[in-house]
Design a protein around this ligand. Structure first.
Ligand code: ADP
Ligand code: MG
Length: 351
């Protein structure tokens, strides 16, 4: 084999760089939806409606009643690294919003067509603007609106042929979207969510902000789960203040399912934690073999400095300080709850 001469190193065009970066943040329709949903929650919305066509590839539309976007901010809205949420790097330690890096909307505009209609409190009318490759196209135009924001994303990956072709099973993509909405709906009681296919009159997920968490779980995951939930909590106190607090709802011995579901929020962020999931499933498998595929909802609060929020937007797996001991404490709490409920069940069926 001969020696290959090195190819010259060239600087990529900005448009190419942006499209590559965008494909990393927005991997599929559900990742776009998650970013839009988190923006609506960050805007203080109490009602969020989603409409989806062709698994989100053709259309994702989200309507919220949040605080809206100021007219003067519309030109910056979809530029990369523009945000109303973060100023200094140090703010990351205490940040309470879900977003902060100002990358999501920009990314979407590099791989899809995006338009926004928005109105802030006390305005006589709203504005509509469309965006492409990070830039607003023309001027924002006045239009009739109500307070809040509507964002429409069309033809996702229209300019990334390989990615577009990867989404053959559109109902599976829709399923992933429903999964994100369902999880947020369970955690964010106080917010009404709906998600439906374009053209359908009936929503596939529909929750009411005034409902209890158990009622929300019933609406989303069905009455079979909702009727078998046990409340659980655990916390650890430290002389310097509470180190952690966990509240949740877990399925009882009477619940059996083909697959387990774990809805986990840490400091109000939707995450996955394989170590915690395994530890809990082990408890079920050991003491309730017939109910070994549980439903678990857990919300864990840790001091913000114990969790690094600055992981890649698509990396849902988290790790945190003192993870091992925390997983231990939660595992013991689950075990105690299950034994307690199992004993009372045996007792009540015997009498
Ligand atoms: P980030 O959420 O990290 O700030 P995004 O690209 O997701 O970045 O959004 C950019 C900015 O657009 C946000 O900081 C916010 O000011 C504004 N924004 C986006 N979506 C909404 C919305 N639904 N309601 C109000 N403001 C929004
Ligand atoms: Mg965001």
């Amino acid at each position: 084999a001969g020696v290959v001469a090195p190819a010259p190193i060239r600087r990529l065009e900005e448009a190419v760089v942006n499209r590559i970066a965008a494909g990393e943040v927005i991997q599929r329709p559900a990742s776009a939806l998650k970013e839009l949903l988190e923006n609506s929650l960050d805007a203080g919305a109490t009602s969020i409606g989603i409409t989806v066509k062709d698994g989100g590839v053709k259309l994702i539309q989200i309507v919220d009643n949040g605080h809206g976007i100021r007219y003067e901010d519309l030109p910056l809205l979809c530029e990369r690294h523009t945000t109303s949420k973060l100023r200094e790097f140090e703010d990351l330690e205490t940040i309470s919003t879900l977003g902060f890096r100002g990358e999501a909307l920009a990314s979407i505009t590099f791989v899809a067509h995006l338009s926004v209609t928005t109105m802030t409190e006390g305005q006589a009318h709203g504005y509509k603007a469309t965006y492409k490759d990070g830039q607003m196209e023309g001027d924002a135009r006045p239009c009739a609106a109500v307070k809040g924001t509507q964002i429409t994303v069309e033809n996702l990956f229209y300019n990334v042929a390989a990615r577009r072709k990867a989404f053959k099973n559109l109902s599976e993509e829709y399923g992933r979207i429903l999964d994100v909405v369902s999880r947020y709906a369970v955690h964010k009681t106080g917010v009404s969510f709906s998600c439906k296919k374009h053209g359908d009159s009936r929503a596939d997920v529909h929750t009411v902000g005034s409902s209890s968490r158990t009622d929300t779980i019933r609406a989303v995951y069905g009455p079979g789960v909702a009727r078998e939930l046990i409340a659980i909590s655990a916390s650890e106190d430290d002389p310097s203040g509470t180190t952690f607090k966990m509240d949740g709802l877990i399925s009882s011995a009477n619940y059996s399912s083909k697959r387990s579901i774990m809805v986990l929020f840490i400091n109000d962020r939707l995450v996955e934690c394989g170590a915690l999931r395994k530890a809990i499933e082990l408890v079920y498998a050991t003491i309730l073999p017939k109910a070994s595929k549980p439903f678990i909802y857990m919300s864990i609060n840790l001091p913000p400095e114990h969790v690094d929020v600055n992981v890649h937007p698509t990396k849902r797996e988290v790790s945190f300080l003192n993870q091992e001991s925390l997983v231990d404490i939660i595992q013991q709490a689950v075990e105690a709850k299950l034994l307690e409920s199992n004993n009372s069940r045996t007792f009540s069926t015997q009498t």
